[in-house]
Ligand binder design. Structure first.
Ligand code: NAP
Ligand code: F7E
Length: 342
């Protein structure tokens, strides 16, 4: 049985990746942060009491700021594959907490790489690199596009990208960068723009609120579906030789387009509900990210099938359903047949 260690297992991608690896028969270990409240909602459905014989998911307290702990965990677990997904991942927040972002999203990666090296184990290493590294470089962006980060987050990811490449060259480690464009899902954090919009559309439709405050609506993003992207991560670590790959849909739409799609799904006009708040603007914005994932298609056989508009519909549907689960039957507030048929 193969063993994998996932940092960031409680996040959006970590939860889909854990699901995928368990379905492939892996024993999965996850690094979680100690918090005063439960932070494992996204993986609760996967959890089996570790005392049960069939338990294959094991969680360990740890933090990317604590290098000694990472070394001891890696020495003990001996994973065949490590997926380094943990990060302070919010671009706007990285302007408020630049030092913390540098420590987690940047230096945290070299702590993981050093932990692998010092533990002296043979393991394949995946680094969660980001299209934010391209920043101001115009689209379409691929593996050869110049990095021009526009935020402390983007700059920290560039550092992580290069140290991953360096450990591959310096120590012969099987270490790869997945350069992933935006990918979303019903499990996306509520403060990222897609989820903020789809959650608002559902709640406004349900009469739970009436407006949502947003920043720049002109930015273009290449939004794909997270569940498909974790398959691409796994394929990168199954390749014969280590290499870096872009994962993207190849289609870009604006935040405005995403709003159109999400609100029309529930028969609303977003112009009646969206307000502008300059707090959500960034000191430097990334205007347009549209990826060219042809290398991943040719070499890994990976291709995205869900684009930004389909994603908006899928996420609104899930947010409507979630309101139902909270106790308010959503078929009371939405005409089931009309939006299912749409
Ligand atoms: P996410 O939902 O924000 O999850 C981040 C994870 O990192 C959470 O599990 C979080 O734990 C953990 N974490 C944060 N700081 C940590 C620390 N100091 N020590 C240990 N764990 C820590 O992010 P995501 O969307 O799943 O993205 C996964 C990775 O891909 C991130 O590195 C992100 O930067 C990168 N990425 C994401 C996208 C995207 O569009 N989603 C695109 C490109 C790259 P808590 O649950 O305790 O907060
Ligand atoms: O913003 C604009 C905002 O925060 C998208 C992370 O996963 O993808 C993500 O970073 C766009 C930006 O994602 C609001 O200005 C308008 O232009 O959803 P976001 P992001 O910054 O693209 C990359 C690839 C990552 O690696 C990151 O980890 O939407 N926008 N109004 C807003 N954004 C937010 N969050 N909130 C607003 O109210």
């Amino acid at each position: 049985m193969k063993k994998a260690l996932i940092t960031g297992i409680t996040g959006q991608d970590g939860s889909y990746l854990a699901e995928l690896l368990l379905s492939k028969g892996y024993e999965v270990h996850g690094l979680i942060r100690r918090a005063s409240t439960f932070n494992t909602q996204r993986i609760e459905h996967l959890y089996v009491d570790p005392h049960d014989d069939d338990a294959r998911l094991f969680l360990h307290y740890g933090d990317l700021s604590d290098g000694a702990r990472l070394v001891s965990l890696l020495s003990r677990i001996h994973p065949d594959e490590v997926y380094n997904l943990a990060a302070q991942s919010h671009v706007r927040v990285s302007f408020d907490e630049p030092e913390h972002t540098g420590d987690t999203t940047g230096v945290g990666s070299i702590r993981m790489l050093e932990a692998v090296r010092l533990a002296g184990i043979e393991t394949r290493f995946y680094q969660a690199s980001s299209s934010e590294m391209f920043g101001a470089s115009p689209p379409p962006q691929n593996e050869d596009t110049l990095f021009y980060p526009r935020s402390p987050y983007g700059a920290a990811k560039v550092y992580s990208y290069w140290v991953t490449k360096n450990y591959r060259e310096a120590y012969g480690m099987f270490a790869v960068n997945g350069i992933l464009f935006n990918h979303e899902s019903p499990r996306r954090g509520e403060t990222f723009v897609t989820r903020k919009i789809t959650r608002a559309a559902a709640r406004i439709k349900a009469g739970l609120e009436n407006e949502v405050w947003l920043g720049n609506l002109d930015a273009i993003r290449d939004w794909g579906y997270a569940a498909e992207y974790v398959e691409g991560m796994w394929r990168m670590l199954q390749a014969e030789t280590p290499d870096d790959y872009v994962l993207a849909t190849g289609t870009g739409i604006t935040v405005r387009d995403f709003l159109d799609e999400a609100f029309s799904r529930v028969g609303l006009d977003w112009h009646d509900h969206v307000r502008f708040d300059p707090r959500y603007l960034r000191p430097t914005e990334v205007d347009a990210l549209i990826g060219d994932a042809s290398k991943a298609e040719q070499k890994l056989g990976w291709k995205a099938t869900v684009d930004g508009r389909a994603l908006a519909r899928l996420m609104v549907d899930a947010d409507l359903e979630a309101i139902g689960y909270e106790g308010k039957p959503w078929h009371d507030v939405v005409d089931l047949r009309s939006w299912r048929a749409a």
